[in-house]
Design a protein around this ligand. Structure first.
Ligand code: ADP
Ligand code: ADP
Length: 232
């Protein structure tokens, strides 16, 4: 049950004096039911790795597969479809649509995919992010933290197989950050999802089952949280 796999993934930016090897033959599996945090210094390749595995960025060597699908074999349209069907994103630039209400933003990916939200789940997600009394507000009428919570709710609402987060709780105070991460972890367990998140925050990383450390485009260390299974 590998949800996503990178094999000897390489990515190079620029040429000549500005040439940067952002990823240097990185191989990594992301399993179902597992929350992975990617850490490492600024410029170590965290975002590049996540973007390549999420099908948002091209790469120069190696391969990526999501489920049984090799991303390198897909046309742009198929890639868009795959992201729509299987992936939720929680990024720093929230990409909320300014003309839509919070609720409309949250359900937009499902509306586009022509899927009906599971109302009970949607209610749980909205309550978890604490947006019950802001559903009719537009993004400009919400604080930064509230906008981030809309983005979190949008990613979780469709129950995607894989969720990619770039500092998913970066704009939240520690209490709402902890709530979101706790909910994310429960969702991963219950729905057997896969979460990959880039974070600088040791507290956020403490919610992960596994922490992967990058430096200079390579994986230099990996830590696993002992699971209930391995303890018993
Ligand atoms: P991190 O997320 O760990 O901060 P990134 O994946 O953003 O690191 O970047 C890895 C390296 O690739 C950096 O050294 C950066 O200079 C380079 N890089 C990232 N994006 C670009 C880009 N669009 N053009 C040129 N170089 C880039
Ligand atoms: P947060 O801790 O979520 O960032 P703030 O302290 O910034 O919240 O905002 C407090 C309240 O002020 C919020 O409930 C929000 O409704 C309102 N608010 C914040 N920023 C804006 C804005 N740019 N426009 C309208 N209302 C805002």
């Amino acid at each position: 049950e590998v949800a996503a796999r990178a094999t000897e993934l390489s990515k190079v930016y620029g040429t000549g004096e500005t040439r940067v090897v952002a990823l240097d033959q990185v191989s990594i599996d992301f399993r179902q039911g597992e929350l992975t945090a990617i850490m490492g210094p600024s410029g170590s390749g965290k975002s590049t790795l996540m973007h390549c595995v999420a099908g948002l960025d091209t790469f120069d060597g190696g391969s990526v597969r999501i489920g049984d699908t090799e991303l390198g074999a897909l046309k742009d349209k198929q890639l868009t479809q795959l992201r729509r069907d299987k992936i939720g994103f929680i990024f720093q630039a929230f990409n909320l649509l300014p003309t839509l209400t919070a609720l409309e933003n949250i359900t937009l990916p499902m509306d586009i995919a022509g899927r009906k939200p599971d109302q009970a789940w949607l209610d749980q997600v909205i309550d978890m992010v604490g947006l019950r009394d802001r559903l009719k507000h537009r993004p400009a009428q919400l604080s930064g933290g509230q906008q981030q919570r809309v983005a979190v709710a949008r990613a979780l609402a469709s129950q995607p197989e894989i969720i990619f987060g770039d500092e998913p709780t970066g704009n939240l105070d520690s209490r709402s950050g902890a709530e979101v991460l706790g909910f994310l972890r429960n969702s991963v367990r219950t729905l057997h999802q896969t979460v990959v998140m880039v974070t600088h925050d040791a507290v956020a990383a403490s919610y992960a089952d596994r922490v992967v450390f990058l430096a200079d485009g390579r994986i230099v260390d990996e830590m696993h949280r002992p699971t209930a299974d391995s303890v018993l």
